[in-house]
Design a protein around this ligand. Sequence first.
Ligand code: NCD
Length: 307
Amino acid sequence: MRHMMSPLDLTVEELDDLLHLASDIEKNPDKYAHACDRKKLATCFYEPSTRTRLSFEAAMQNLGGSVLGFSSADSSSAAKGESVSDTIRVISCYADICAIRHPKEGAALVASSKSGIPVINAGDGGHQHPTQTLTDLMTIHSLKGRLSDLTIGLCGDLKFGRTVHSLIHALIRYPNIKFVLISPEELRIPSYIRQDVLEKHKIPFVEMERLEDAMPDLDILYMTRVQKERFFNEEDYVRMKDFYILTKEKLALAKEDMLVLHPLPRVNEISVEVDDDPRAVYFKQVQYGVYIRMALILTLLKWKEEP
Ligand code: NCD
């Protein structure tokens, strides 16, 4: 049985198939309206979420399936001290597939090792967030027409931002990708990604602090929120939180066809005046997130049923 822990759990070919299926779902939603009749998705969220949980739920409902689960650790038996491993064994008796979000890195992997049903990592601490990455890839592929030959600026909290970590892992498999890593010194990309992923695979990248300096070269600008909940003290967070604010003036330095993505939630890092610019695609990105999650649920359930 296959699970989805990291974007690397899929080969490039499997990822292509998934993107293809998601765009067919986008064009012909009715064709899939009963594809998961009588199937159940469990959403086990030990950490806050709006988009990810609700987009999983919308995805399953669009496929004709139903949803059960919990949206905080306090409202589950975790509050009584139950382990993730035990919870997933129980959930396996109730549902056909599960999406789990947990503040601890590796929690989804632990769950998958004890699970009787496919497990999707919906975010594990500051580690990975593969379904956000699938969403990002679908957005780029649909709006740019390619996943190769791109200069991608990743801006903000590159240290704790799991969406950034997953996106880098996924994109290095495509030809001619360059990264511009834009962050304050304190929030630079972790060395396990700089060395073990970027340098090891000889992927061109530069690190810089000023967004304005990076802007003219970028095909994609991926903005991120400073991850308040992963800071050890409030003072450091307050110092970092408004380090980047994308304004109309800064966007004027960008290419005409650059795209601005953001996994959301946005705090202050993109000024609302940017929302009307055609290059701002973060709300379209949310819609792609539903199609790609539909494609993922269908694919994992199909693989489960195959002998
Ligand atoms: C992201 C996350 O949870 O990592 N949100 C999301 O799933 N869309 C990004 C964030 O919280 O900043």
